[in-house]
Design a protein around this ligand. Structure first.
Ligand code: GP9
Ligand code: MN
Length: 432
């Protein structure tokens, strides 16, 4: 197993992308607020329905000069859905080929994750706010191993009656009712909000929306715009709270969509709603829909813009660390800083398909990423490149799986890293 660890380390060392001095440390010492946008896909950004923007606040934030936004950022989750996204974003290792890493390995594995690293390197406190019960996706155990000091789950809020829906407390109420806990976090903090209302089947009470949505007859599609609109409003409300309290200017806010909301089988109904031809919809279009927003908002900055670089959830941790002025070099991380000149733009999907700026490979068929046209007669050089990409993606995922399935991080001791002792943390709400 030690030699297996060495193989992994050799890969991540070679793959390491050194920070870009233009961005390194620009958010140093700031609070970090991560806003996990449930089931939120990139196509919602800028999208109008019946002449109305679905997500007016996020649209503005996306284009703001204080935001570093990505239009080719892909979710890479497998069956672990939300939990896979969380795992990638905070450990820069992949989820598992089957099932959820949080559920299967999260109770016992050694992690070297964002909350622990930021605490040990820069004195950050840490907390998660979530309107569902703590045991969902095994979070009550996993978060301790990630190093989270606090987990304010459903038990901390009044979730009775119409205050909650399928997956828990409505987002607007989560942002409001978490304030007493949030405002007491010791600064600098690393705080994550996991929203739930924009989750299949996208139910929403009448009183929570006046948005006029589509009429495709596919209720998932029609309702998706309603709950996405609601999520947008909840983010706007939270932002105005942050602004009012002065917290905004001391923080960096990372917003990302965790995975698809509309599944491949529903994409044809979606195509109709977006004015596209459902009969021409193919695998390439499905892959394109794996784009999710990734917005790094640093209030006070003025050189933000929309980046074309291809990237994925695996890249978020080294990116964040470098913005905070913390080197990622000594850690085992599969992603690369999106701002680095050496950033790796080959994005692996969990099923070993891949996308890159030039080519997209889905189920063995390669497409031109710009035009979506299938490459029917690849040149020798193209064939060689496609094979190299296949091999790289295969190798990377296998190494991540070996790391996680064999719990290899327990043998790895990066300089200064103190192993987490989960029994140091107690998430129980004294009131319940
Ligand atoms: C529930 C939530 C949903 O707590 O995070 O998870 P998902 O079903 O999207 O994986
Ligand atoms: Mn999810």
């Amino acid at each position: 197993t030690k030699s297996e660890l060495a193989k992994v380390k050799q890969f991540t060392d070679n793959h390491y992308a050194k920070p870009n001095s233009k961005y390194y440390g620009i958010a140093k010492g700031k609070n970090v607020i991560v806003l996990h946008l449930e089931s939120f896909q990139q196509f919602l950004i800028g999208q109008k329905i019946n002449g109305q923007e679905v997500t007016p606040f996020l649209n503005k934030l996306y284009k703001s000069q204080s935001s570093y936004s990505f239009k080719n950022f892909f979710h890479q989750v497998g069956q672990g859905k939300t939990s896979d996204a969380e795992n990638m974003m905070e450990t820069s290792t992949y989820g598992l080929p089957q099932g959820s890493l949080f559920a299967q390995l999260g109770s016992d594995n050694t992690f070297q994750a964002a909350p622990a690293i930021l605490n040990q390197r820069a004195g950050y406190s840490s907390a998660v706010f979530h309107g569902n019960i703590a045991s969902f996706w095994n979070r009550n155990n996993v978060y301790k191993n990630l190093g989270y000091q606090y987990f304010f789950d459903a038990s901390y809020y009044d979730t009775t009656g119409d205050r909650s829906l399928g997956y828990g407390l409505k987002d607007k109420l989560l942002f409001r009712d978490s304030v007493p806990y949030f405002e007491n976090l010791q600064q600098p903090f690393y705080a994550k909000y996991i929203t739930v209302t924009n989750h299949f089947p996208y139910d929403l009470d009448k009183e929570d929306t006046n948005f006029k949505t589509t009429n495709t007859g596919d209720s998932a599609v029609d309702n998706y715009f309603l709950t996405a609109h609601y999520l947008d409003q909840s983010i706007r409300e939270f932002y105005s709270y942050l602004k009012k309290t002065g917290m905004l200017k001391n923080s960096v806010i990372v917003l990302y969509g965790d995975h698809y909301g509309i599944s491949n089988s529903e994409n044809k109904s979606l195509a109709k709603a977006l004015g596209k031809d459902p009969d021409k919809w193919n695998d390439f279009d499905n892959a394109s829909m794996q784009r999710v927003p990734y917005i790094i908002n640093i209030p006070g900055q003025t050189n933000g813009r929309i980046f074309d670089e291809y990237a994925g959830e695996i890249d978020a941790l080294p990116t964040l660390m470098h913005l905070l002025g913390i080197s990622s070099k000594r850690y085992i991380q599969f992603g690369t800083d999106v701002f680095s000149k050496q950033h790796d733009q080959l994005v692996a999907f969990r099923n070993k398909d891949w996308v890159s700026p030039k080519y997209t490979s889905i189920d063995g068929t390669v497409y031109d990423s710009a035009s979506g046209k299938e490459i029917v007669n690849p040149s020798k050089a193209q064939t060689k490149l496609f094979k190299a990409n296949d091999a790289k993606v295969d190798n990377e995922l296998n190494l991540s799986d070996s790391l996680n399935e064999k719990n290899l991080l327990r043998f790895y001791h990066p300089k200064g890293f103190k192993n987490i002792n989960p029994s140091d943390f107690n998430y129980a709400n004294g009131l319940s």
